[in-house]
Each structure stands twice: as structure tokens, then as C-alpha cells.
Design a protein around this ligand. Structure first.
Ligand SMILES: Nc1ncnc2c1ncn2[C@@H]1O[C@H](COP(=O)(O)OP(=O)(O)O)[C@@H](O)[C@H]1O
Ligand SMILES: [Mg+2]
Length: 309
């Protein structure tokens, strides 16, 4: 979207109108859906995931220049599925795609939409699809799309899910005519995703988002350190002994590592606030937070992902 142009302004107003209309009818949208006109989410802020990032980059070229596919006698995918464990960067990738394609990011958190709107969910989603089609461009992110699984919840929930799936299927089929709209779905339970969604011509490109390996984790740690240092405008970390840190991060995800860095810095805030020494973060500081985090992680996961793990 041209940020400054008149077309951009008109569209922004439409986006606000729709948000207001939906909120008037259905209540607060926060936590259920977000619409970000042109998100700032560089691919470089994502550690590891080389293969997935290459695919995202390729898809962004196609969204910006739809004629590229035509030139090579083929058509772009209409929908992709990002699948992998929780906290590995699926949402980051979807947002990075919208950022690279300079397009609107419609973030629909499917479980929250269903639990809030039950039978009305289909209508809410229909309104969003209508706007996306009117705009003619955008990334429609169906986050945690496995929540549409029909074998879960009460009869009412299942009925609502059925209607919601049908709405999404109909819209996916209509989207064939739009070469600058892409549906991106995510799941940490690919086995539970409705197979009708993952059929040819619909969401037919699957991209794995695996747990990070050692080198990936090192990149992720550095990314989050650099982010904090950028915000603080100064150096915050000593040279770290990554070998001993990484040895303690078995099975950790990007989200875990980000949380460890956040907790390490929070401890510094606490120390300085209570008049303690304000020294740079050391390897030992991080190792200590990793141990603390490991102890509470199980509880955090149960709360965050409920029955998923
Ligand atoms: N590969 C990664 N590189 C950098 N940070 C990551 C990565 N994966 C996860 N994170 C951190 O964890 C947070 C949650 O990641 P997210 O993309 O929401 O995971 P998912 O959608 O796969 O559950 C991100 O906001 C980021 O801080
Ligand atoms: Mg996510």
C-alpha cells in the first residue's frame, strides 16, 4: 500500500470504518483480530529458518509483481500453511511477509474468534474477507487454524466451526481471482487441520517452521540482544560464551530464548532499581535465568497452550 498516497488514505479510513462497524456489532476486537496497514517486521529479525525465509521472500516478490508468475507461465499460490511447534516464529514469518510485500496484515486469531463469537464467527470473518477483496491486496493470517477442528468442543462450537470453515473455503475459492492477496495459515497441530482447507488450489503450499538448531539459537539470542541494545541506545551485554549457554538450551524455542533475554534484563532493572550494581549482562547472568526459566516453563506452557501440550 502506498503509505502517503490518497489511495492509501482512503483505504486506511475504510479499515477504521470496518473496525468500528465490527466493534459496534460484535464488541471489542482486541486479542481476536488486528489489522496493521504496513507492518514493520524485517526478515533479519528472525533467526534460523533459512528455508522458510527463502520461501517467504519468494512469495513477497510474487505479491509485489504478480506479472512475474505470468511471465513464467504459472500462477502464484493462494494459500500457505506454516506448521511447527509453538514459539518457533510462525507469526513472525507471516508478519515479515506482509512487511516485505508492503501490504496490510490481517491477523485473525482463530481460537479467540471462535470462543468469543461462536455462531457469529463466520459473519465476522466474512466481513474481513469482503474488505480484503475490496482492497485487492493483503496478507490474511489465519493463526492457529487447527482450532477449526470439528471434533472439539460443544455441539454449538462444532456447528459454528463448520460454518466458519465453509465461509473460509468459499472465500479461498473466490480469492483465485486476486493475485495480490495471500492467505497464510499457521498451526502447531498439522494433524488437526481441516483437510478441506489444505487441498489443491486452496492452502496448498506447506512450509515447515522447525525447532531451532544450535546455530539458529545463537542467531536468535544475538537478535534479541541487539534489539534491547538498540532500544537502550547502549551496550548491555558482555562478550558471551555461547558454547556454554547453548549447551543449556536443549529443546528451547525462539520464544523461550527471547523470554530468557527479557528475564535477564528484567533482573538488571530490579537490581538497579534497588540500588545494586548496574553491570553489563554476563554469561553467568544468562545461565542463571535459563535455569529459573526451565523450572517455570512447564507451568507457562500449560497456561499458554492449554491442552495442546
Ligand atoms: N526464529 C526466531 N527468531 C527470533 N525470535 C523468535 C524466533 N522464534 C520466536 N521468536 C520470539 O518468540 C516470539 C514468539 O514467536 P511467534 O512467531 O509468535 O511463534 P509462533 O507463532 O510460532 O508460536 C517472537 O515474538 C520472538 O520474540
Ligand atoms: Mg503464533
Amino acid at each position: 500500500m502506498e503509505k502517503g498516497g490518497r489511495g492509501g488514505e482512503v483505504f486506511l479510513r475504510k479499515l477504521e470504518d470496518l473496525t468500528m462497524r465490527l466493534e459496534k456489532r460484535f464488541g471489542d476486537l482486541r486479542g481476536k483480530m488486528e489489522m496493521v496497514p504496513s507492518p514493520e517486521a524485517p526478515l533479519e529479525d528472525i533467526g534460523g529458518l533459512g528455508a522458510a525465509k527463502r520461501e517467504i521472500q519468494g512469495l513477497s516478490f510474487a505479491l509485489r509483481n504478480p506479472e512475474l508468475h505470468q511471465r513464467w507461465g504459472t500462477t502464484p499460490p493462494k494459500g500457505i500453511l506454516l506448521y511447527g511447534p509453538p514459539g518457533t516464529g510462525k507469526t513472525l514469518l507471516a508478519k515479515a511477509l506482509a512487511s516485505l510485500a508492503q501490504t496490510v496484515f490481517y491477523h485473525l486469531r482463530i481460537p479467540n474468534i471462535i470462543s468469543k463469537w461462536h455462531a457469529d464467527s463466520g459473519e465476522v470473518i466474512q466481513e474481513v474477507f469482503a474488505l480484503v477483496k475490496e482492497a485487492g491486496r493483503g496478507i490474511l493470517f489465519l493463526d492457529e487454524v487447527d482450532a477449526l477442528a470439528l471434533d472439539r468442543g460443544s455441539e454449538e462450537t462444532r456447528g459454528a466451526s463448520r460454518r466458519l470453515v465453509n465461509t473460509i473455503l468459499e472465500n479461498l475459492d473466490e480469492l483465485k481471482a486476486y493475485d495480490q492477496i495471500l492467505v497464510v495459515a499457521s498451526t502447531n497441530r498439522p494433524d488437526a487441520v481441516d483437510p478441506a482447507l489444505i487441498s489443491p488450489g486452496r492452502i496448498d503450499r506447506l512450509i515447515e517452521v522447525p525447532l531451532p538448531g544450535s546455530e539458529d539459537k545463537r542467531q536468535i539470542l544475538e537478535i534479541h540482544q541487539r534489539k534491547a541494545e538498540r532500544i537502550a541506545g547502549r551496550r548491555l551485554f558482555q562478550g558471551l560464551d555461547y558454547d556454554s549457554i547453548l549447551a543449556r538450551t536443549v529443546k528451547m524455542t525462539g520464544s523461550d530464548l527471547a523470554e530468557v533475554i527479557r528475564r535477564t534484563l528484567e533482573e538488571k532493572v530490579r537490581l538497579e532499581g534497588s540500588g545494586g550494581p548496574a553491570e553489563l549482562v554476563t554469561t553467568e547472568d544468562i545461565l542463571r535465568e535459563i535455569e529459573n526459566y526451565r523450572r517455570i516453563k512447564e507451568v507457562v506452557e500449560k497456561i499458554r497452550y492449554g491442552q495442546y501440550l
